[in-house]
Design a binder for this molecule. Structure first.
Ligand SMILES: Nc1ncnc2c1ncn2[C@@H]1O[C@H](COP(=O)(O)OP(=O)(O)OP(=O)(O)O)[C@@H](O)[C@H]1O
Length: 411
């Protein structure tokens, strides 16, 4: 798949005067994502972070700059490319290709039994695996894999979104094909006090933050998007036809957090393989494996409980089991990365180099698929509303929603 990657196209400086906001695609902890059109009528997604809003406390600006930095280096069919950026004293915004198919969570809820067949899972997971492989090869751990962050492009292929939690790690050295045999060193006795692990400092970043304003966090599907990382106050709400909620916490969605992160042991690229195991489980069974009644119970389950598999054991359940190995060093993918996972029996027959050539992915968005369910759509009369008006109006609106009859001003 890496053969399909090239240097990222240069991103341009966007001109706010030429942008029309068409609708809100989603709202996350960090920003609002709009569907926008430029003078050529090309639609694209614009993620806007209001540097002055209460979420500044979430370190939104620093995270946004990091996200832009990561995006500017990406060039891969299953990862977004940065189309442009803009900055004003109030806003930081960047443009990405529009994905009209919604996210995998939305798609799953449109299935009759709210789960995918193994064949559909194979397709999506193969593409996600290639995207993660590429990120890891760049030394980037994604750390926020969940169905809401897997978007469906107009071609039906996937793209990962939301890189503010990603982190640069030291690339793993390739395993030595001719290892030097050294005499074995006795394992440390667990009764002997060990030096404090260096990685524990990572925990300082994982402090929960509960925004005081109960911010509207709906995405375009009317689902509440799971808050990521240290921001995570609001539960990830499933579509309105379900009462189920998924709570989130200090490092991504609670149910996707790996045992090593819960334990404070620090983390490596293997956290992404754990999250991949959770995601596959959820796609197959329609629920995550370790969800408890509260965060404490969820974390206890993450550390202690083996995943339960209903029905016949298959190559797919074996793959999940190998990814949900509690000890990261024994987890599939730990030693040789994605290559190890690609060799698993579940993927037998997958032609990795030809994935982008698949012309009939399981779901191809038709026209404005899902767009009718956007939380906020600006009527034709309001097309052309500018970003400043949008946020100004939002602050003063008692409903916390955009009021359609806002008077338009130049930005
Ligand atoms: N390129 C895109 N095309 C279509 N919709 C998009 C696009 N990018 C983002 N979205 C929508 O906007 C939502 C929020 O985007 P994103 O995850 O980037 O925001 P965030 O503020 O970083 O979220 P989080 O709370 O996880 O940190 C997504 O879940 C998705 O529904």
């Amino acid at each position: 798949m890496d053969s399909a990657t090239t240097a990222p196209p240069p991103s341009q400086e966007l001109d706010l005067d030429n942008l029309k906001l068409l609708k809100v695609l989603g709202k996350g902890a960090m920003g609002t994502v709009f569907l926008v059109q430029d003078t050529t009528n090309t639609p694209f997604a614009l993620k806007v972070v209001d540097k002055t809003c209460v979420h500044a406390k979430l370190d939104a600006e620093r995270r946004a700059r990091w996200e832009i930095q990561v995006l500017s280096t990406l060039s891969h069919p299953f990862l977004p490319s940065l189309m442009g950026t803009l900055e004003s004293p109030q806003f930081l915004a960047w443009a990405l290709p529009y994905c009209p198919g919604g996210d995998l969570n939305f798609l799953r809820y449109r299935q009759t039994d709210r789960s995918f067949s193994p064949a559909v899972i194979r397709f999506y997971v193969a593409e996600i695996l290639c995207a993660l492989d590429h990120l890891h090869s760049m030394g980037i751990a994604y750390r926020d894999l969940k169905p809401e962050n897997v978007l469906v492009q107009n071609t039906g292929h996937v793209t990962l979104t939301d890189f503010d939690l990603s982190r640069k790690l030291n690339p793993k050295p390739k395993p030595n094909p001719n290892p030097v045999i050294v005499p074995s060193i006795p394992l440390p006795n667990s009764n002997v006090p060990q030096p404090r692990r260096k990685h524990r400092r990572n925990l300082s970043r994982w402090i929960s933050f509960f925004p005081p304003d109960g911010t509207n966090n709906n995405n375009k599907n009317g689902l509440k998007k799971a808050k990521s990382a240290q921001v995570s106050p609001v539960s990830r709400r499933k579509p309105s036809f379900s009462s189920g909620e998924r709570s989130n916490s200090f490092v991504g969605t609670e149910e996707y957090v790996s045992p090593e992160v819960v334990r404070g042991d620090g983390h490596e690229f293997a956290v992404d393989w754990w999250a991949l195991g959770i995601l596959i489980y959820e796609m197959l069974y329609g629920k995550t494996p370790f969800k408890g009644r509260n965060r404490k119970e969820t974390f206890r389950n993450v550390i202690m409980k083996p995943p339960e598999f209903v029905g016949k054991r298959t190559a797919l359940t074996n793959l999940i089991e190998r990814l949900l190995e509690k000890d990261p060093t024994k987890r599939l993918g730990y030693t040789r990365g994605a290559a190890e996972i690609k060799e698993h029996e579940f993927f037998r027959g997958v032609q990795w180099e030809l994935l982008t050539e698949v012309v009939r992915p399981p779901f191809i968005p038709s026209g404005d698929d899902g767009a009718g369910e956007m939380t906020e759509r600006f009527s034709d009369r309001n097309c052309g509303v500018n970003i400043r008006d949008y946020f100004q109006n939002l602050k003063s609106s008692p409903s916390g929603r955009f009021e359609k009859n806002v008077s338009l001003r130049e930005f």
